[in-house]
Design a protein around this ligand. Structure first.
Ligand code: NAG
Ligand code: NAG
Ligand code: NAG
Ligand code: NAG
Length: 489
């Protein structure tokens, strides 16, 4: 009992110490490279205001061909999204889920790629709860999964034509959007006909990889402990086994930092005039990019300012929800960047990635309705997916139960391959594939080369004349020659 308590206490102390270590590490880094003391000129401030108006003024088109929209959840909170369509139209539906520290505007570069099927499909980029123009949640636990499920169901109802069960739904996720996408593909697979996910861990896999590494390291270390002299080599072997885990822990040091008390986290969010966020964005573009615009990135991260909170949407007149404005919690975040940062980082603290998801009755009913329409449908494609759903038995915790395509930038500095990717093939459902992009990093939808690959994939799946693709990696190689197929089922 007492030893348990001490173990727990030591664990906590180590956890927070590592968080504090990282906090100072980041501050030191910003001071060393000079960003900490950089001040914005009047010109910079003006540019920031211009970008925020461009992205978030509800009377404007944030991207060419896209309009602002809102969906009010059953809990009364509003999600903000942008879409190229106002009502049901023939063609597929593609829902885009962004990550940290972004918003729907993160997809702006991808949406301009010629391969994106803007004319053929309905594209919906939503702000995750607590980000961009969507309302704040009290906690970022499985409520987020509930909200996203409700949202996707509503988008299917709104945009897919009623009489065509031939039109498919796709969910595209990056970073947190990818983590959430893996959970939905595992626990609410009927939501989409296919998930297209990029650069973030499947949490169950990451935990399994961690446990496997700790397990083998412990075994080797035991040998060493039994007879240290004879088995001295085992000590270095233990460390070598643990190495990928240690490297991953260092890479994810910022997550420990986000678990410190609010004052530390809020301060990290704003310190040195947002050095942390500026650094994160800058790394998405790469050294030689001519596309990096700091004010544009910050406008994407922080969402509407108080000015844009006063505007109202005129786009959705046809649907009777004209005059919609951002929710009051969005204005609260606009008043305080620290509060905004605390909300965004809530995903790292409140357990949406790992807490067991007990679905509400409404969610169960929603998912059941999709399944039954699918199985009554005459379309062979739908019949197949619903039959396979009921045949799936979770052999593996976190098994993916919907076709999933994973596109992975291998030079990811936040998610290393040994913990976050290796072994993912075992979790895939039928008709799934993983493609590796060896020269790209974490920001697949932003990087110039990787986003062409991602757009190509989305186009091939979602455009009007889409046909089954035998091997997606072969298609990706046409635009990214050294792409590699890691697994295919
Ligand atoms: C969507 O449904 C329409 C019929 O309403 C059909 O003409 C079209 O080909 C379908 N599109 C896709 C991508 O399946
Ligand atoms: C929003 O944009 C409109 C033009 O479309 C402009 O007249 C208005 O001043 C802007 N609103 C704010 C609050 O900036
Ligand atoms: C999120 O932001 C709201 C304001 O929009 C604030 O009241 C709340 O404390 C924040 N909550 C979390 C969990 O970050
Ligand atoms: C810090 O950056 C923001 C956004 O880029 C800018 O609006 C603000 O004026 C800057 N603050 C200072 C003190 O330079």
């Amino acid at each position: 009992m007492a030893s348990n308590f001490i173990e727990h206490l030591l664990g906590r102390v180590a956890f927070y110490s590592f968080g504090v270590f990282n906090w100072f590490l980041f501050l030191g880094l910003f001071i060393k490279n000079g960003t900490f003391f950089r001040r914005d000129s009047e010109q910079d401030k003006l540019q920031y205001a211009i970008e925020r108006d461009r992205f978030w003024n509800l009377t404007k088109e944030p991207l060419a061909g896209f309009k602002h929209n809102f969906y009010t959840l059953r809990n009364g909170l509003k999600l903000h999204y942008i879409s190229n369509r106002l009502q049901a139209s023939p063609g597929s539906l593609v829902v885009f889920l962004h990550g940290f520290p972004d918003s729907s505007m993160m997809w702006r570069h991808l949406m301009q790629e010629p391969a994106i099927p803007k004319e053929d499909a309905t594209l919906v980029c939503v702000d995750l709860p607590g980000y961009g123009g969507s309302d704040s949640f009290k906690r970022y636990d499985t409520e987020v999964l509930e909200a996203l499920t409700e949202f996707v169901v509503a988008m299917r109802d709104k945009y897919l034509p009623e009489d065509s069960d031939d039109n498919k739904t796709f969910i595209v996720g990056h970073d947190w959007g990818c983590v959430l996408g893996f959970r939905l593909a595992s626990e609410a697979p009927c939501l989409a006909d296919r998930f297209i996910l990029t650069n973030a861990p499947h949490i169950e896999l990451a935990f399994a990889n961690k446990d496997r590494i700790i397990g083998s390291a412990t075994k080797i270390f035991r040998q060493f402990k039994q007879s240290p002299k004879q088995h001295f080599a085992c000590l270095s072997k233990t460390i070598k086994t643990l190495q990928p885990l240690l490297v991953q822990t260092m890479m994810m040091g910022y997550i420990f930092m986000f678990n410190l008390p609010a004052v530390f986290v809020k301060m990290m969010g704003v310190a040195g005039n947002f050095s942390f966020l500026r650094g994160a964005h800058w790394s998405g573009y790469g050294k030689r990019s001519d596309e990096y615009r700091v004010q544009e990135c910050m406008a994407s991260t922080f969402g509407p300012s108080l000015h844009e909170c006063k505007t109202s949407a005129i786009s959705s007149v046809a649907n009777g929800d004209a005059g919609q404005t951002y929710g009051p919690s969005v204005a609260q975040r606009a008043e305080s960047p620290g509060v905004a940062f605390w909300n965004m980082t809530g995903y790292y603290r409140d357990g949406v990635a790992s807490l067991p998801w007990t679905k509400s009755l409404e969610t169960i009913a929603d998912l059941y309705a999709i399944e039954t329409t699918a199985s009554e449908s005459s379309s062979p494609r739908h019949r197949r997916s619903s039959v396979s759903n009921s045949l799936f038995i979770d052999h593996l915790k976190g098994q993916l139960n919907a076709p999933t395509y994973v596109l992975w930038g291998e030079k990811d500095l936040a998610c290393g391959r040994p913990i976050c990717l290796d072994g993912l093939g075992d979790y895939l459902a039928k008709d799934s594939e993983i493609t590796i992009l060896p020269r790209s990093g974490h920001w697949t939808p932003v990087g110039k080369e990787s986003r062409v690959a991602l757009a190509t994939v989305i186009g091939l799946y979602a455009r009007k004349d889409a046909r089954p693709v035998a091997k997606m990696t072969t298609e990706v190689q046409k635009v990214y020659p050294d792409a590699v197929c890691m697994a295919k089922k």
